[in-house]
Design a protein around this ligand. Structure first.
Ligand code: RB5
Length: 145
C-alpha cells in the first residue's frame, strides 16, 4: 500500500503545493491534499497547517508537507502539536539533516525562497533519507520530556 502524506499550503504556497502533490503521486505516494483547492489570496496558513499537523500528531499518517511564503507560519503552527517535528527546509542538505539528525516528520518549504525545481529536489531528499537514530534518538526524545 502506498504511504499517505498530508499536504497543505496557504496562498503563497499554493502553486508549489500543486507541484508537490503531483510529484508525490508520480513517486507512488498517496497525497492527501487538505487545500486550498483554489488560490485565495486572503487565506490563512494556520487553517492548512492544523489538519496536517493534527494528522501527524495523532499518527493518522507518518509524514506531512506544508508550504507558505517564508515557511515560518506553517512551522510555528505545526510545531505546537505533540510529536510533530516540522522542519523549515531551504536546501537538499538541510532536508537530509532534518531527517538524519532530527527525524523531521513534517517538511515545510518556503515557497518564496525556493524555486519549483529546488522544492522538488528537497522533497525527494527528504522523502528518501532515513533517520540515523543512535545519539540523535536520545536528543529527539528529550524534546518531548
Ligand atoms: C503570506 O503573505 C505570508 O505571510 C505567509 O505565507 C507566510 O510567509 C507566513 O509565515
Amino acid at each position: 500500500m502506498s504511504e499517505r502524506i498530508y499536504v497543505g499550503a496557504d496562498h503563497a504556497g499554493f502553486e508549489l503545493k500543486q507541484k508537490l502533490v503531483a510529484e508525490l503521486k508520480k513517486l507512488g505516494y498517496e497525497p492527501i491534499d487538505v487545500g486550498p483547492k483554489a488560490l485565495d489570496p486572503a487565506d490563512d496558513y494556520p487553517d492548512y497547517a492544523k489538519p496536517v499537523a493534527d494528522a501527524v500528531s495523532r499518527g493518522v499518517v507518518q509524514r506531512g508537507v506544508l508550504t507558505c511564503g517564508a515557511g515560518l507560519g506553517m512551522s510555528f503552527t505545526a510545531n505546537r502539536y505533540p510529536h510533530v517535528r516540522a522542519a523549515l527546509v531551504w536546501s537538499p542538505e538541510v532536508a537530509e539533516l532534518s531527517r538524519k539528525h532530527n527525524d523531521a516528520n513534517v517538511l515545510v518549504l518556503p515557497s518564496r525562497f525556493v524555486s519549483e525545481a529546488e522544492g522538488l529536489e528537497i522533497l525527494h531528499k527528504w522523502l528518501t533519507t532515513k533517520f540515523e537514530g543512535g545519539r540523535h534518538q536520545r536528543r529527539v526524545e528529550k524534546i518531548d520530556r
